[in-house]
Design a protein around this ligand. Structure first.
Ligand SMILES: [Zn+2]
Ligand SMILES: [Zn+2]
Ligand SMILES: [Zn+2]
Length: 367
């Protein structure tokens, strides 16, 4: 065989190996006989392997990505097909990939701790006694951390995104580790603290336009919420988020002094209802929306018939005392007996039927 022929033959062999692999696996071709293979263990665990078989049937060169090397060790140490490689009777390159895949699968079998954690968390086995916990914050983003418990106390590694919200030095179960301590308790504590902080971070973003005077006092977060409703009336509340929020409800109190006792009572009823029936999935933004509703419905500046500020017929407001709005654009009627306010259009509809004020029931001539 002359040299030229050999090179030609080898080129065909490389192409044949490539075809076999491309038929079964997801790959990128990086060069002649050099490929990147994508292997998937779960939706959270994807690995990349670079294989250089450009000199096939000589022994291929393999490179794992970092996370795969953490699980399996180096290619040289982990792959039997490489160790027993014989270039006179070479295996197909695809056999190497199958072996890697098999190793990934067997290392992703969960032990008892992993199995127990898998009931409450999204987890991936990174290897024996090595787990990755994935906290999905409301579909917005994933926050991950790894826990290795092949040696105790366990080692925790936070992904960079996760480390923005929590520090390992803050994990008490880890700091105060005892022989009888549990790995699960460590995971639970990290997950709870992380969820608490993520929740506050994202909620604060949502309610930013309403907030004034944010204070962090120990583990509590205190801030004021300013609510301005359509009628121009303003209300101020204080919110205190406890250390174990959202497991525990926020404390809410009305700061503004109101003239109306009935509205003050309605507000405190609403607040106690929030506490008594607290649902940890409820967001502060929805409490604010509900407050707005309650305040508007009970405002003295809304129509006693339609309970709206702007008239449903002509869309003009009852503008009594509203800053910056001229009285000529009002749609307003006031009952001369009980002084209740109505939109002119709402009033007319009732008047035609009964000729009575619907609140005090006095007979009224056309106003
Ligand atoms: Zn009305
Ligand atoms: Zn009107
Ligand atoms: Zn009346």
């Amino acid at each position: 065989m002359d040299k030229k022929f050999r090179r030609h033959e080898s080129k065909n062999l490389v192409q044949e190996e490539l075809d076999r692999i491309a038929y079964e696996y997801s790959i990128d071709v990086l060069g002649t006989g050099i490929i990147k293979v994508y292997l998937t263990a779960s939706i959270y665990a994807n690995y990349e392997v670079i294989i250089d078989f450009s000199n096939y049937p000589s022994k291929p060169k393999i490179q794992y990505d970092n996370s795969l090397e953490v699980i399996l060790g180096t290619p040289k140490a982990s792959l039997y097909t490489l160790k027993k490689w014989n270039e006179n009777r070479p295996e197909h390159v695809i056999e190497i990939i199958r072996e890697i895949e098999g190793l990934i699968m067997s290392s992703s079998v969960l032990d008892k701790i992993g199995e127990q954690l898998s009931y409450s968390y999204n987890i991936t086995a990174l290897g024996p006694k090595k787990l990755r916990i994935i906290i999905d914050y409301e579909g917005i983003k994933n926050f991950e951390f790894d826990i290795y418990y092949d040696k105790l106390p366990p080692t925790v590694k936070l992904a960079p995104e996760t480390a923005k919200f929590i520090k390992i030095s803050q994990i008490n179960t880890l700091k105060n580790w005892k022989p009888e301590s549990s790995v699960i308790a460590v995971v639970d504590e990290i997950a709870q603290k992380l969820e608490h902080r993520l929740r506050i971070f994202y909620e604060m973003k949502e309610i930013q336009p309403y907030i004034a005077g944010l204070v962090q006092s120990g583990a509590k977060i205190i801030f004021n919420v300013n609510i301005k409703i359509e009628t121009g009336e303003k209300f101020e509340f204080e919110f205190i988020l406890p250390e174990n929020y959202p497991k525990k409800a926020p404390e809410i109190s009305l700061i503004s002094k109101l003239k109306s006792e009935s509205l003050t009572n309605k507000i405190s009823e609403f607040i106690s209802y929030q506490l008594d029936y607290w649902d940890k999935n409820k967001k502060i933004i929805s409490i604010i929306e509900e407050f707005k509703d309650l305040l508007l419905k009970n405002s003295e500046k809304v129509c006693a018939l339609c309970h709206k500020f702007k008239c449903p017929t002509c869309n003009r407001p009852i503008t009594l005392d509203l800053e910056g709005v001229s009285g000529t654009s009002e749609c307003k009627i006031i009952c001369p007996y009980c002084h209740t306010k109505f939109h002119q259009h709402c009033w007319n509809e009732v008047y035609q039927l009964t000729h009575q004020c619907p609140i005090c029931l006095k007979n009224i001539k056309r106003i």
